[in-house]
Design a protein around this ligand. Structure first.
Ligand SMILES: Nc1ncnc2c1ncn2[C@@H]1O[C@H](COP(=O)(O)OP(=O)(O)OP(=O)(O)O)[C@@H](O)[C@H]1O
Ligand SMILES: O=C(O)[C@@H](O)C(=O)CO
Length: 434
């Protein structure tokens, strides 16, 4: 036990920095499924908060995916340094399994800044998450059977992904050279992966995309990189760090079973993601629950009036019935609204609206169970609710757990990444609660 953790039963061996809040809970649930205890912070934690942590891993959720590069670097490095000061020595930079970014995007610059800070000469980039259909083959990212740029991600409202070649995408964002550990090497085994990483390093290639098509590939990669000072990737790799840490003795604690939050009260689903799957989930929930669609033009015209309208609507329903409020729309509608009203302004105003509505429903109307769809949407809402810490509960589907907030009153929160979950996700999530 280090001095920094004199108050806690166990000191974290891994510090994670996630570029959005749904991504953070995604990584946290994968780490938990791999047998680690995890504490998740929202925003850069204080030393005092870090000293209180009794967990094997800490996950810091930021909202840096789509902000200016300099700000994303500053917050990510601040998170890294806070965790280093608290005695943590290994780090994981978590970004989206669909590598959400633009050519000026933040993944490359943030990863390079973290490498500089930690003085590391090489880092892997492993976005694969096969449990959710994200695989990488010969450097190309697939979403199930489709290439990334034909998967619907080419229509993303903030980070349209128009190139599935990750070597090209990462190279455009980075100053260092990008290489590949290919499928054949991953198939060959851990020794070959280690040798290839060494060879690439000798050739002056510090940024390495890793092919990964299945769980065994991720397990092998985890064995190779578990002790590295810096890993970068989606959440899939996180699933296998626990077993490697236990094999090497880095973690010796007992595993605990994650239990659903025992929180009763009104249930609300807020959907701001416009992903293909969230649109289907919204359509599905409309079949069994009252639903209110946010009219974006009305919102841009007078958000206060719309807020009162939706509050009034929600009050007209029996509090025992879950409600759905959504801005999710198909790509054609999103494009039209963006052209008409300006993409950034629309996105921000909608996020603010979701956040204000959630705050009023929690503070004034008894909502205690909240399901949020979309990373940016969730980030805006949890920030407004002043939540700073989450305990990770059981998984609803791969990458989405129930969590319990540290707020007063505590909330049962499910933060769903846009494309995750089945069509029945909202019903499945609600049915897990007591
Ligand atoms: N009808 C709409 N028109 C235009 N933009 C919208 C609309 N509804 C929501 N948005 C904006 O689109 C963005 C959706 O991003 P968000 O991160 O919430 O979802 P996502 O990217 O699908 O999820 P994830 O990042 O978890 O994969 C938000 O900024 C949101 O405000
Ligand atoms: O990795 C993913 O796909 C998700 O955790 C995510 O980051 C979506 O915002």
């Amino acid at each position: 036990m280090t001095d920094a953790h004199a108050n806690s039963e166990r000191s974290p061996v891994l510090g994670c920095i996630a570029d959005d809040v749904t991504g953070a809970t995604d990584l946290a649930t994968n780490l938990v499924q791999g047998g680690l205890q995890v504490t998740q912070f929202l925003g850069v934690p204080s030393q005092e908060a870090l000293r209180e942590v009794s967990a094997d891993a800490v996950v810091v959720a930021l909202k840096t995916r789509s902000i200016p590069i300099a700000d994303a670097i500053e917050e990510s490095v601040a998170s890294l340094n806070a965790m280093r000061e608290a005695g943590i020595g290994r780090f994981y930079f978590k970004y989206c399994s669909t590598f959400d970014s633009t050519p000026q995007g933040n993944i490359g610059p943030v990863a390079e800044a973290l490498m500089d800070e930690l003085n590391v000469s090489q880092a892997i980039f492993c976005p694969a998450f096969p449990a959710n259909g994200r695989t990488v083959y010969q450097g190309h990212l697939f979403v199930y059977q489709k290439l990334l740029n034909e998967s619907g991600m080419e229509n993303h409202p903030l980070n349209p992904m128009t190139d599935s070649n990750l070597i090209r995408v990462l190279q455009q964002q980075s100053t260092r050279s990008v290489g590949l550990i290919d499928y054949q090497t991953i198939e060959a085994g851990t020794d070959q992966i280690r040798e290839e990483l060494k060879r690439l390093e000798q050739e002056g290639i510090p940024l390495v995309i890793t092919d990964s098509c299945d769980e065994q590939h991720l397990q092998r990669l985890a064995q190779v990189v578990a002790d590295a000072p810096l890993i970068t990737g989606g959440s899939g790799l996180g699933r296998y760090l626990g077993e490697t840490y236990r094999e090497t003795g880095a973690v010796t604690s007992h595993e605990r079973t994650a239990v659903p939050p025992e929180i009763t009260g009104r249930s609300l689903v807020l959907a701001g993601s416009c992903s293909t799957m969230t649109n289907r989930q919204v359509a599905n929930m409309k079949e069994f629950a009252p639903a209110f669609q946010i009219d974006v033009r009305k919102l841009m015209n007078n958000s206060e009036r719309l807020l009162e309208e939706v509050l009034e609507w929600s009050q007209a329903h029996d509090p025992s019935i879950p409600l759905l409020v959504y801005s999710s729309s198909p790509p054609e509608t999103v494009q039209r609204l963006q052209q008409e009203l300006g993409a950034e302004g629309v996105a921000e105003s909608i996020e603010r609206f979701h956040a204000s509505f959630a705050e009023r429903m929690v503070n004034e109307h008894g909502v205690r169970r909240l399901i949020l769809a979309g990373g940016e949407t969730s980030g805006a809402v949890v920030r407004q609710l002043g939540i700073s810490q989450l305990q990770i509960g059981p998984a609803i589907c791969p990458g989405v757990p129930w969590t319990t907030s540290d707020s007063d009153p505590p909330l049962a929160l499910a933060l769903k990444s846009g494309n995750f979950g089945s069509e029945h996700f909202f019903r499945e999530a609600l049915e897990m609660l007591p």
